[in-house]
Design a protein around this ligand. Structure first.
Ligand SMILES: Cc1ncc(COP(=O)(O)O)c(C=O)c1O
Length: 309
């Protein structure tokens, strides 16, 4: 069978191998119980420099290793080693285009019983080529999901854990099968959380509003990037507060953000047009700047970009 991802390299058991050869046992704890933590990291190709720039690599690795504490994970590779593995994977794949790097810390022991204690953990990682994850041009038609967002006392969304993506998969699938592009999750209390794999911002009266870090969201690195760019470059006010469902419908502008989603305007929520249905002015200028920044073209934020070659 032809390789699904020709040239893609993986890191597993301390070795670099072609992705097709990176295999785990069906008895692996993480496969049985969802006890894995992962990251999604993008690298952007900069044609002028003929280089791939990995965006905010240390921040992704920091989130991964910090959250590993919650699952009592201990692995031999430290943060510097994980960063180096990510760089090496792209280098060894030879990719010179947009890439997506997926480090996974997982309970690798072949062991029965749901516990996070006393189970060996390992790191594996792979790289694939990746273009747009969702449309960033025309505006997305989204629906409020009938699935509620996981809560911090059940399966913490702060952790990018493999098991928690059942929640995302159910919401995204429901939305797509009803003819929408994406879903927005509400929390158990009915307030807004985030999209299935992205954070969201509402724009109201020239101000950016996003749900706070304790609102059952994954605390996104793109969310942080957008907040910083909005404040530092455009002098915009950014507020972190609870958002009510109806504020989605009445907002002037609405957009998703995430490593996969990038900055993606939302055109409608539950068939109600946001603004006049066109990408809003603030969304557009943040999106344009974001794409410049990730490609290493803005000197003030160049330190966020790690060259591979
Ligand atoms: C549920 C969820 N929320 C938000 C995000 C955005 O996080 P980041 O910007 O760190 O990629 C993601 C990941 O991509 C996600 O899966």
């Amino acid at each position: 069978m032809a390789a699904m991802h020709p040239g893609a390299i993986a890191y597993i058991n301390g070795q670099y191998v072609p992705v097709e050869e990176a295999k785990i046992s069906i008895m692996t704890h993480a496969f049985n119980y969802g006890t894995g933590l992962f990251e999604g990291i993008r690298g952007y190709y900069n044609a002028e420099e003929d280089n791939v720039l990995i965006f905010r690599l240390p921040e992704h690795v920091e989130r991964l290793t910090r959250n590993a504490k919650v699952l009592c994970m201990d692995i031999p590779e430290d943060s510097a080693a994980i960063e180096e593995i990510c760089v090496q994977l792209v280098r060894r794949s030879g990719f010179k285009e947009g890439v997506y790097i997926r480090p996974i810390l997982y309970k690798s022991q072949e062991s029965l019983g749901p516990t996070v204690l006393g189970i060996d953990s390992s790191l594996c990682c792979y790289v694939i080529k990746l273009g747009d994850y969702c449309d960033t041009e025309s505006g997305l038609d989204v629906a409020v999901s009938s699935w509620r967002r996981l809560s911090d006392n059940a399966i913490p969304t702060r952790l990018k854990s493999t098991g928690s993506y059942i929640n995302s998969s159910l919401a995204a699938s429901e939305a797509k099968s009803a003819g929408f592009h994406e879903a927005i999750f509400l929390r158990e209390d009915g307030s807004v959380a985030e999209g299935s794999a992205m954070n969201l911002f509402v724009v109201q009266d020239g101000k950016l509003i996003t749900t706070p870090v304790n609102a059952d969201i994954l605390v996104g690195i793109t969310r942080n990037t957008v907040m910083q760019l909005a404040r530092e470059v455009f002098g915009l006010e950014v507020v972190e507060r609870s958002i009510a469902r109806t504020e989605l419908y009445t907002s002037d502008e609405l957009f998703f953000c995430g490593t996969g989603a990038q900055v993606a305007p939302v055109r409608s929520v539950d068939r109600r047009l946001i603004g006049n249905g066109q990408t809003g002015e603030i969304t557009k200028k943040l999106q344009d700047l974001y794409f410049e920044v990730v490609q290493g073209k803005v000197p003030e934020y160049r330190h966020w970009c790690r060259p591979v070659y």
